[in-house]
Ligand binder design. Structure first.
Ligand code: DX5
Ligand code: ZN
Length: 214
């Protein structure tokens, strides 16, 4: 499968989001990655439901919404109504991830599960049969522009092995510190999220590099 690229708009110019979305679409982006942070689950505040709804109005790219918030069950319906195509929750953020993931799907959205670097992969294994996407974090969630944690790569390899072994269908996405060098360690991932690497370089050149087979 060709690699998909999801630029993280956390690194975009927030005063010109429509322009930025048009530019990444023209540059070959497949999805838009939207980092939602609540100042509790992670020590940063970013984007909420109204911004997701506004993004939806001005782009045809699928919205890949990464929820870094506590008790996501309170907000999933609003994010889906606002236009999220993928909604990814952290396994550490809710008491009952299974219920939340099932609800996301019932509401007609693709469901994703993710985990912090310090969380063992075993924490997400029960949910693999009910997700469309598994996101492997290669930085501590909270901020763009951090360094890639290569010790997380084994989770990607293991997720690919498990997908084959159990005949499952989820996409494997990697997020944090991805660039033309670090992506070579993530050849088993299907979707690359990249914030700084895309938005601080020539968008089309950066996206093309990320799509090249290793
Ligand atoms: C971090 C976010 C990432 C981040 C990626 O909490 O989940 O999506 O914006 O940014 P870069 O690619 O700059 O590490
Ligand atoms: Zn993210």
């Amino acid at each position: 499968m060709p690699k998909l690229v999801a630029p993280s708009i956390l690194s975009a110019d927030f005063a010109n989001l429509q322009k930025e979305l048009d530019a990444i679409a023209a540059a070959g982006a497949d999805w838009v990655h939207v980092d939602v942070m609540d100042g509790h689950f992670v020590p940063n505040l970013t984007i909420g439901v109204p911004v997701v709804a506004s993004l939806k109005k001005v782009t045809k790219l699928p919205l890949d919404v990464h929820l870094m918030i506590d008790t996501p069950e309170k907000y999933i319906e609003q994010f889906i109504k606002a236009g999220a195509n993928y909604l990814t929750i952290h396994v550490e953020s809710t008491k009952d991830p299974l219920q939340v993931l099932k609800r996301i799907r019932e509401l007609g959205c693709k469901a994703g599960i993710t985990l912090r670097p310090g969380t063992a992969l075993s924490a997400v294994l029960p949910f693999l049969p009910v997700v469309d996407l598994v996101l492997v974090m290669t930085v501590e969630p909270g901020f763009g522009g951090q360094g890639f944690m290569s010790d997380q790569v084994q989770k990607i390899t293991e997720l690919k092995r498990l997908r084959r072994e159990k005949n499952l269908r989820y996409l494997i996405e990697v997020d944090g510190g991805i660039n033309e060098t670090t992506k070579a360690h993530c050849a088993d991932a299907d979707v690359f999220v990249a914030g700084n690497y895309v938005f601080k370089n020539d968008y089309a050149a950066a996206i093309k590099k990320l799509k090249e087979e290793v």
